[in-house]
Write a protein that binds this ligand. Structure first.
Ligand code: UDP
Ligand code: MG
Length: 332
């Protein structure tokens, strides 16, 4: 049995040697054939040089370098499409996903599960980040379909058939936890306490996290779009009530409204509701636009230990890639 470990890398030069060492240790103890696929998401530090050095030392370490910063999720997609293992592990480069948990995830697969994902029981984050993460999971797990467990991030192990399914999903809104839940099969969670990053600052800026968070909500739920209709109906009901009241005042009671305030308030309120609804629609329209352009999910600039002529056009069928050993990459 062969295991592939896929890791997105953005400015992680100081973490990579430690990650390699700890992974080699645990995978070695399991007596597995393995490969480590490090996907350099156009780091600005010397991560790519470190990946090349690791490959020179140990050919089981392979590297892809993307032509620009495509983001964590696209980097993972690139790694998954090049992984050849019977089982595939996805984890972060900063050692917040401890390599020592990998054997337990793999054990779940050998017990017959197809997906074993790690659940963050606790995490060490700055206060504001922690609150925002909590809020995100609270909203996301309520809205998303299929249901996703709160605290399940990217760290997971999957069998080949699940990875093949993920590779065939061509969409741009790639929120791994969501795609993985959508794939189905037998899934199981394993709890762990998430440590702090080994070295460096978080590379997921607030903007990147917000984008991923919005993807995780709008790509997995139509409830926000329905919310627009519900708000519209509620506003119409209020408007009807007010109309009846106004007509009663004018025609029956003879107390015509002098008010300017009530007109202003209702105008502002309806204006706000409309803008919110247009914004929600916009979220979906932008996603449709992104999907129909069918631009590549990522562009590979360089590879070590892997051959990659493809640029990952979504749903690119019928292409064959071969690795140096001559076996064919599945899913292409
Ligand atoms: N990452 C990436 N591209 C980016 C940002 C981050 O490949 O544009 C990688 C990063 O190197 C790390 C993983 O994604 O391996 C998670 O990033 P980070 O630790 O910043 O996220 P957090 O721990 O906050 O989820
Ligand atoms: Mg991290």
């Amino acid at each position: 049995m062969k295991a592939s470990v896929v890791v997105p890398v953005y400015n992680e030069a100081a973490n990579l040697p430690v990650l390699y060492q700890r992974l080699a240790q645990v995978l070695g103890e399991l007596g597995l054939d393995w490969e480590l696929i490090l996907v350099n998401d156009c780091s600005r530090d010397d991560s790519w040089q470190v990946i090349r050095d690791l490959h020179a030392r140990d050919a089981r370490v392979k590297g892809l370098s993307l032509s620009r910063n495509f983001g964590q999720q696209s980097a993972i997609a690139a790694g998954l499409r090049h992984a050849t293992g019977d089982v595939v592990v996805v984890m972060d480069a900063d050692l917040q996903d401890p390599p020592e948990l990998v054997p337990e995830l793999l054990r779940k697969l050998s017990e017959g599960h197809d997906v074993a994902y790690a659940i963050k029981r606790s995490r060490r984050e700055p206060l504001l980040r922690g609150i925002l993460f909590g809020l995100f999971y609270a909203i996301q797990t309520r809205l998303a379909e299929p249901k996703m467990p709160a605290g399940a991030g990217t760290f997971c192990a999957m069998t080949r058939r699940v990875v093949d399914v993920l590779n065939r999903m061509g969409e741009h809104s790639r929120y791994l936890s969501g795609l993985r839940a959508y794939a189905g099969f037998q899934q199981v969670g394993v709890e762990f306490d998430r440590p702090e990053r080994h070295s460096g600052k978080p590379q997921q800026s607030f903007g990147k996290l917000l984008r991923m968070g919005l993807d995780a909500i709008f790509a997995y739920s139509y409830i926000p779009a329905r919310l627009a209709s519900i708000l519209g109906l509620a506003t119409a009901a209020v408007a009807l009530g007010v109309t009846i009241w106004v007509l009663y005042g004018k025609l029956v009671a003879g107390t015509a409204i002098l008010g300017w305030a009530s007109t202003m308030v209702s105008h502002l309120f309806i204006g706000a509701v409309q803008l919110i609804c247009i914004g929600i629609l916009g979220e979906y329209v932008a996603r449709i636009y992104e999907e129909v352009r069918r631009r590549p999910l990522y562009i590979v600039a360089e590879a070590v230990g892997l051959t990659s002529e493809e640029n990952a056009f979504p749903n690119s069928e019928g292409r064959t890639l071969t690795n140096p050993e001559g076996s064919t990459f599945p899913g292409h």
